[in-house]
Write a new protein. Structure first.
Length: 277
């Protein structure tokens, strides 16, 4: 005989309590992690704001500069009172000093602060009078607009552009860690000769001379070869010295570079206060 159907469904397995506890623990850890990360970013933002305020005063800017405290987690650096890398960036900065003959209107200012030392409570309170920096790598970029304006004081130029002279190769024996005090340049633009617009390309070097940039032109090409008699005049007009003074935090200029659209002057200073006492 065949066994009859009892009509009872098989019993369901009861969920394991351990599985529920494991899921709850994972969710709790994730939530705490998100909250800690959010708190870390909030503290970093507060610190960046205070440094931006001090740098606005120090650099005499109309707006707060961009400040970024690198490194995660921020709280570890804060507890140590040692912020390993702080970036400061300000754009379109004017510098005018009539006594020194400095009149630049569109500088990009950059500073990389290595090991800024200040207690967290002081930083958040904006009290950084005791803050010190192990090393500052500072630089400024002098752009084509300022170059064009300075060149116009001698000869009228228009649409001057700055580029590296790619015809000149960097020596393979050069040590990349050694600051470069010269760099090859190409300046392109237009000038006016007897009512005629002439396009020119000028090739030469920039050199670091007593903390300033000195432009020296070796060769000039004109789109109208019949006007080659004006080349000595143009070469002299473009032999410009640009002295922006000291770099951020009083760093001494030690190197020059040519970038697309700008000359870059850079240097470093060690063991300096975050703000002047």
């Amino acid at each position: 005989m065949t066994a009859g159907y009892s009509g009872q469904a098989p019993a369901r397995a009861k969920p394991k309590k351990k599985s529920r506890r494991g899921k709850f623990l994972i969710i709790t850890v994730l939530v705490l992690g998100v909250l800690l990360v959010a708190a870390d970013f909030a503290l970093a933002a507060a610190g960046e704001y205070q440094i931006a305020q001090r740098m606005r005063e120090k650099l005499q800017l109309k707006e707060d500069p961009n400040v970024r405290i690198n490194g995660f987690p921020f709280i570890v650096q804060a507890l140590r009172g040692d912020y390993q890398h702080v970036e400061i960036r300000a754009y379109g900065v004017p510098i005018k000093d009539e006594q020194q003959g400095v009149d630049l209107r569109d500088l990009d200012v950059e500073a990389d602060l290595r090991h800024t030392r200040v207690e967290l409570a002081d930083l958040l309170a904006g009290n950084v009078s005791k803050a010190t920096i192990d090393q500052v790598d500072g630089s400024i970029k002098i752009k084509a607009m300022d170059l064009n304006r300075l060149a116009n004081q001698v000869t009228p130029f228009d649409k001057l552009s700055i580029e590296p002279d790619n015809r000149v190769a960097t020596p393979t024996t050069a040590d990349p860690k050694t600051p470069k005090t010269t760099a090859a340049i190409k300046l392109s633009g237009q000038t006016n000769v007897a009512g005629k617009v002439v396009t020119l390309s000028a090739y030469g070097q920039i050199a670091l001379v007593s903390g300033a940039i000195q432009i020296n032109i070796d060769d000039i090409e004109l789109d109208d070869a019949s006007l080659k008699q004006i080349i000595p005049q143009l070469r002299q007009a473009l032999a410009i010295k640009i002295d922006p003074g000291t770099l951020p935090f009083g760093a001494t200029p030690t190197a020059v570079e040519v970038e697309s659209g700008a000359f870059k002057l850079s240097g470093l200073v060690r063991d300096v206060p975050l703000v002047q006492r």
